[in-house]
Design a protein. Structure first.
Length: 423
């Protein structure tokens, strides 16, 4: 595809937040620059040289041809990012940067920028800056389908890291539509869909996309991603209450994927098995798995707050008051240290349950005025529903039947409301 210099000038001017007046100053008139940018005027080599110097890009003797080799290298870089192969990611990033220094084809340049943004997301695990999202958005309308697909997917991940899950779904849906125009399917998009729906506690939707991703990863024999998909399915079945299916999937991972299983994933599996056995009232078995999960998590310096909570809850069921209080105390300390509002509230509720003080006015007020709204704002829909039902039961005990009824109605419709908001 032939690239026009005016298009490149306009794009880089916008990248640098420069006005036409600022770029034209001392080089040419504003109207003349506008004609150059719209490709209705071919300027002299000297004007192109001066404009390029001010924008810090090469315009003279510009290689305007689309280079397939550079294109393939950028796609290889993106694949390394998807697989989180950090040494290869860094190596290919430098290769692509050097290639684009010599060949400034606008399609390749745009493709590099969007893949570089994904590279930053993967390296830092933090959202993109407003400047970068603006730069990417500014060239969206004039870019290729491949750029648009990668743009929507990358911005979706950006919103995911910002905990803006509804915006995430919207951008992934746009990416999915763009993918229909491409010659290949992107397994990772399906996986990210699944992950986001899990965060929204929409497990049926998550399983649908996890199965799509699994099918694609099995074709390419990408074992680490196959493990991720099975993990996602098992966790979803766990939360759906289909514990026997979840248990079988977790054991399948432990037995069949041992060589592809990281210590992190092993810790997650034992944690989830502990959760299953706790729900099945097999408390001794739950404790064994949770203690092993805690050991693995501590070894890898991972967050242990969720496992501490389950241990405190399980020991409470076992009526081991000392152990329950020890893990609750340790869990509260960790939750407070990391300002983890979700688990601060969960430990608060568990403590009052252990102390049998849930009927106290202070607890009910805290539950109604703080804990329930916080659960909703944190997108913890399942906790939000459970807290609503708990409050309803407490009002029922007080014979406040109207309030009780309203809370149960609100709890029962939280799922449909959530889906409606996303759609």
């Amino acid at each position: 595809m032939r690239v026009l210099k005016g298009q490149l000038i306009k794009q880089h001017r916008k990248f640098k937040n420069m006005t036409l007046e600022e770029l034209a100053d001392g080089i040419c008139s504003v109207s003349y620059l506008s004609k150059i940018e719209h490709n209705t005027m071919i300027a002299s080599d000297e004007i192109y040289r001066l404009l390029g110097k001010r924008l810090n890009i090469r315009l003279e003797n510009l290689n305007e041809e689309f280079d397939e080799e550079i294109y393939k290298e950028i796609l290889n870089w993106h694949e390394a990012i998807q697989l989180k192969d950090f040494p290869l990611m860094d190596e290919l990033q430098e290769k692509c940067r050097l290639h684009l220094h010599k060949n400034q084809n606008i399609d390749l340049s745009n493709l590099y920028k969007v893949v570089h943004s994904r590279y930053q997301l993967t390296k830092t695990h933090k959202p993109l800056s407003k400047k970068i999202t603006k730069e990417l958005g500014d060239v969206l309308s004039q870019s290729s389908n491949e750029f648009r697909f990668l743009y929507y997917k990358t911005i979706g991940i950006h919103h995911f890291l910002s905990l803006e899950y509804k915006k995430t779904i919207h951008h992934f849906q746009c990416a999915e539509k763009m993918m229909e125009k491409l010659p290949h399917h992107d397994s990772e998009l399906y996986y990210h869909f699944s992950l986001t729906y899990t965060r929204l506690r929409m497990y049926v939707e998550s399983n649908y996309y996890a199965n799509l991703a699994l099918e694609e990863y099995q074709k390419s024999l990408t074992y680490s991603k196959i493990t991720d998909c099975y993990m996602m399915l098992a966790i979803n079945y766990n939360f759906l209450g289909v514990h026997d299916v979840a248990e079988r999937l977790f054991h399948k991972l432990l037995k069949g994927s041992k060589e592809h299983l990281s210590v992190i994933d092993e810790g997650r599996i034992y944690h989830n098995l502990g959760y299953i056995y706790n729900n099945q009232k097999e408390y001794d078995l739950a404790v064994d798995h949770l203690l092993f999960a805690l050991k693995l998590k501590e070894r890898e310096k991972l967050s242990i707050v969720s496992t501490l909570y389950l241990l405190a809850e399980t020991y409470h069921h076992l009526e081991d008051k000392q152990a329950s209080r020890d893990y609750l105390s340790k869990g509260e300390e960790v939750a407070n240290q990391h300002k983890d509002v979700k688990y601060q509230h969960k430990f608060y509720v568990l403590k009052h349950k252990m102390n049998q003080t849930m009927n106290d006015d202070t607890f009910i007020e805290m539950l109604e005025k703080t804990i329930i709204p916080d659960a909703l704002s944190l997108n913890e829909y399942n906790d939000h529903k459970n807290y609503l039902e708990l409050l309803a039961e407490l009002y029922y005990e007080r014979r406040m039947y109207k309030k009780c009824s309203m809370l149960f109605i609100e709890a029962s419709r939280y799922k449909s409301t959530q889906i409606k908001e996303i759609l």
